[in-house]
Write a new protein. Structure first.
Lengths: 363, 572
């Protein structure tokens, strides 16, 4: 039985329908990452869960409790849902010290002074902020404020915490560290975390489960990191999850050829039958799924090569297209480094085929 | 699961028809604004156009076509335009000098700019009258003696005199606006012009000036509107020479009729004209302000490159400082000195100084009474307006019910309505015609003050509430605080500094208020301003000056006490 359930949630801001019959489940003691482009309705969904927005339709359950139901006219106010939240802008109260910020949910629950002191100290230990107990937020850095926000959310609930883009405002290095710490914290405490982000990388790092939303508020795919990388459900997921090269295949007689502007090269790989309907096909390949193969009939010219330490990145010109190719340093060392300006043969290892979106490519 | 200490969890979870806190606040905001703002203003319109229940334009036509009205209107416009033009020039000059050049003594000059805020304009007018009065002004007599002149060379009791005194109070409006725009302007804009080969003068003309134009026009229009509605200075300087502006004419019409209904009706008709004139200015303001505005002016403060004045540095400093001293310090010193002199007209030398004036004014029962009244009125008007303004601001900014725009207009309306007009409306509304007679009580003055100053606190609270990001309140809700608790624990503490400064924005002008009180006071409800005005009217210059000094000291003392109390809280 899932821990949090959204069932057929619909929500509209005025005329604009944001969510339509949206359903999603979260397992207990897991991190669920909800990923989607900006403005797709992720935050709206979270606000419905917290009780800050009222959906027009649907039901929301947390554990056995129904916190919202349009049919049964249930709408538990936010203060009684007991869900911890970490906002993107930290929302640490600037007029209260770190201790007062963290103690606030405990005070609202009527705990004794000693109990509050004990729990505040232990949670500060957990987020390694013990030394800052009497600081005011404006004396803390962004990362430190975010820790306070996480500590406060943990005081609101040990069971369920929602994090809405919690690390977006931090710099790159700190982001990575916070991701690690959140993961560590969750492992230690077993708290269920609903993590909202537009950054697919963070989701892949963090999520036990990942759910991806399209720009129109629909749920596209739910699964593990492997599912997304190896079995993207559609072109949107494929494009969203990483860097992608797209090429166009043009139907020539009974077979298909790669259209690179200046020439047509017969496509050597097998095509799925469903797409063989006489219309163009888009083929998507990840940069690390392209290898150099001198025997391949697909010939390109290396325009630029960048060494990134663990890998080489090549920009290869193929007709009027430019492809990004990534090669691990080890591989590159074995096969020999390719110089800028030299001609290479290209082989595509794991191509994904989609119906062409740009019809004007062939006429 | 978390145990909640409330017992009614299930019950409250089910939606029902409840009267929410938001609903109550919205209703309250509308009701209070109706009483404080809408009723007085509608009463003016009602009485100007309806006579004994019938619509009639006779009164309006009669009043509007009188020579006295027309000359008052022209005077009002003439003074306002002159003050605006010169005030803008002086304001921009000082803003540029202090904001963009390496002139010395910036701190000193900035301090001098704050003095007019504590020094009521009508006291300033009084001081200049003492100095440059056509007959007995100290400076005039000295000039006549020194240069052997037959008649007084300068006459402050003239249109130009009024313009000069108002100017010295209003030019800081432009100064403040422009100096802050200059400080927020991205210096690279000017630097890139210099790098592109433009000369210093060209940069000022082609880059700096156009960029601060919106700030200049905002300040200039503020001067225009304030001056159109201004009462104190033309009342002190103009009456003697029969120079009237619309606000002083309204006062004269009502005072001459001894507060009779007919007089008040005439005042109401004139009020309509004054509101019309001000509305045109407001309309222009709206047009100008909506068209202007550049994004190039950043919110964060940057350090602009200062212009090296080189040889002009010291002469400009002397000019600027002398000018400021004359405008700001001379009247202040004058009031203090005349308050000490045995009789008006005696030379201002220590031999003639005495504390007798202070003894006399404090022996008179009216003085203590007036100070008490003013303190009671300013503190209660400050507190009430602060709370009400914050309430309205909260409803407008956070609840946003239907009719938000109406609410906002209602609360800002009195700010654009001249104080004199507001006083007429308050008399018409609360002296019995609606069944409640507050005339001759402090209440009627209090209502007028609250109406007049409400928009001050509303603006500061609004700005502060905009800074309180919704997530701060939402975080409190999810932490287990109810709506009311969130307001108490989070929102109110966060906007408290703004509320306190809102209180002071009201307290200080209310303490020295004269425009509305002069129409509303009764035998036992004189305010400090009215008392000074009355003493001067009775020809008791030294006593009026002595009381004026008391008022200034009082305002400065209270101001510094609260500034000391209102320090920011600090952590470890």
């Amino acid at each position: 039985m899932p821990y949090v359930r959204f069932e057929n949630i619909s929500f509209a801001y005025g005329e604009k329908q944001v969510l339509k019959n949206f359903s999603l489940s979260l397992e207990k003691n897991e991190i669920m990452c909800l990923v989607g482009p900006s403005g797709c309705g992720k935050t709206t969904l979270v606000r419905c869960l917290l009780g800050l927005n009222r959906p027009a339709e649907g039901e929301i359950f947390v554990g056995d409790t129904c916190v919202f139901s349009s049919k049964r006219r249930i709408n538990v106010p936010p203060e009684r849902r007991g869900i911890g939240i970490v906002f993107q802008d930290y929302a640490v109260w600037p007029h209260l010290t770190v201790k007062e910020n963290i103690a606030y949910p405990l005070r609202k629950r009527g705990l004794s002074k000693d109990e509050i002191q004990r729990r505040v100290e232990s949670v500060l230990e957990l987020v390694s902020m013990r030394d800052y107990i009497n600081h005011l937020p404006n004396q803390l850095s962004g990362g430190q404020q975010q820790r306070v926000a996480i500590a406060r959310a943990l005081m609101t609930s040990d069971d369920l915490i929602v994090m809405d883009e919690p690390i977006t405002n931090l710099d790159a290095k700190l982001r990575e560290q916070m991701l690690f710490e959140i993961r560590q914290l969750q492992r230690n405490l077993g708290t269920t975390i609903f993590y909202i982000t537009h950054d697919q990388k963070a989701a892949l790092h963090l999520g036990d489960q990942i759910a991806i939303m399209d720009p129109h508020g629909g749920l596209v795919q739910v699964g593990s990191d492997e599912d997304f990388i190896l079995r993207p459900k559609n072109r949107f997921v494929f494009e969203f999850i990483g860097v992608t090269n797209f090429l166009t295949l043009k139907p020539v007689n009974s077979s298909y050829s790669l259209d690179v502007g200046s020439q047509l090269i017969p496509w050597p790989e097998k095509l799925p039958d469903v797409l063989k309907n006489g219309r163009a096909i888009d083929v998507g390949v990840r940069p690390n799924d392209i290898v150099f193969d001198a025997s391949s009939p697909i010939r390109g010219i290396v325009r630029r090569s960048v060494f990134l330490g663990s890998e080489y990145e090549y920009f290869v010109q193929l007709g009027d297209k430019e492809l990004r190719v990534q090669l691990g340093t080890l591989e590159a060392a074995q096969s020999g480094h390719v110089k800028e300006g030299s001609e290479v043969g290209l082989r595509f290892l794991n191509p994904h085929y989609y119906e062409a979106v740009r019809e004007e490519a062939w006429k | 699961m978390i145990k909640l200490r409330r017992k009614t969890t299930d019950l409250a979870a089910v939606e029902g028809r409840r009267i929410s806190l938001d609903g109550i606040m919205t209703a309250l905001a509308f009701a209070l604004l109706l009483v404080v703002v809408v009723i007085p203003i509608s009463m003016i319109v009602y009485h100007a156009f309806l006579y004994k229940g019938k619509f009639s334009l006779d009164l309006i036509i009669d009043q509007f076509t009188r020579d006295t009205t027309i000359s008052a209107m022209w005077n009002t416009i003439k003074i306002a335009v002159l003050v605006t033009v010169f005030g803008t020039i002086v304001g921009v000059f000082y803003a540029w000098l202090l904001g963009r050049t390496n002139i010395p003594g910036k701190k000193l000059m900035r301090f001098l700019f704050t003095i007019p805020y504590m020094f009521p304009p009508f006291l300033g007018a009084m001081a200049w009258d003492l100095l440059l009065n056509g007959r007995a002004g100290y400076l005039n007599r000295w000039l006549m003696k020194t240069f052997g002149l037959k008649s007084a060379p300068l006459n402050i009791n003239s249109i130009w005199g009024i313009v000069f005194v108002e100017l010295s109070y209003y030019f800081p409006f432009v100064f403040m606006q422009v100096v802050s725009a200059l400080e927020r302007m991205d210096p690279t804009l000017e630097e890139s012009a210099r790098i592109a080969g433009a000369r210093q003068g060209t940069v000022i003309r082609k880059i700096t000036l156009p960029l601060v134009t919106p700030a200049i026009s905002a300040g200039a229009l503020l001067i225009l509107i304030s001056s159109l509605a201004h009462f104190g200075v033309p009342a002190i300087l103009g009456f003697a020479q029969g120079i009237f502006t619309l606000p002083t004419r309204i006062y004269a019409v009502i005072a001459r009729s001894g507060g009779s209904f007919e007089g008040i009706r005439q005042g109401a008709a004139l009020s309509i004209l004054l509101v019309l004139v001000v509305s045109i200015a407001l309309w222009i303001q709206r047009r100008v302000l909506s068209s202007g505005g550049y994004d190039i002016i950043k919110g964060k403060s940057m350090r602009p490159t200062l212009i090296n004045l080189r040889g002009a540095r010291i002469p400009l400093f002397i000019l600027a400082l002398t000018n400021l001293v004359v405008i700001v310090l001379v009247p202040l010193i004058m009031i203090f000195l005349v308050g000490l002199v045995r009789a008006y007209g005696l030379p201002l030398v220590p031999a003639n100084f005495t504390l007798a004036n202070y003894k006399r004014i404090f022996a008179a029962s009216g003085t203590i009474e007036s100070i008490k009244n003013s303190l009671i009125l300013s503190i209660s008007a400050g507190v009430i307006s602060m709370l009400l303004g914050t309430l309205v601001a909260y409803v407008v900014q956070k609840i946003k019910p239907k009719g938000t725009a109406l609410l906002e207009i209602m609360s800002v309306l009195p700010y654009s309505i001249p104080g004199m007009v507001l006083a007429v409306g308050v008399i018409l509304a609360w002296s019995g015609s609606l069944g409640i007679n507050l005339y001759n009580t402090l209440w009627i003055i209090l209502i007028a003050y609250v109406a007049r100053y409400l928009s001050f606190s509303m603006k500061t609270s609004s700005a502060a509430l905009l800074q309180v990001h919704p997530s701060l309140e939402e975080a409190a809700r999810t932490c287990g605080a109810t709506h009311t608790e969130t307001l108490r624990d989070i929102t109110l503490p966060l906007i408290r500094p703004a509320m306190i400064s809102g209180f002071f924005l009201i307290f200080l002008p209310a303490m020295r208020e004269v425009t509305t009180s002069v129409l509303l006071y009764g035998p036992y409800t004189r305010t400090l301003g009215v008392q000074i005005y009355a003493l001067r009217d009775a020809g008791m210059m030294p006593q009026a000056s002595a009381l004026g000094s008391v008022a200034i000291v009082l305002i400065i003392v209270i101001n510094s006490i609260v500034n000391a109390l209102n320090k920011d809280r600090r952590g470890v």
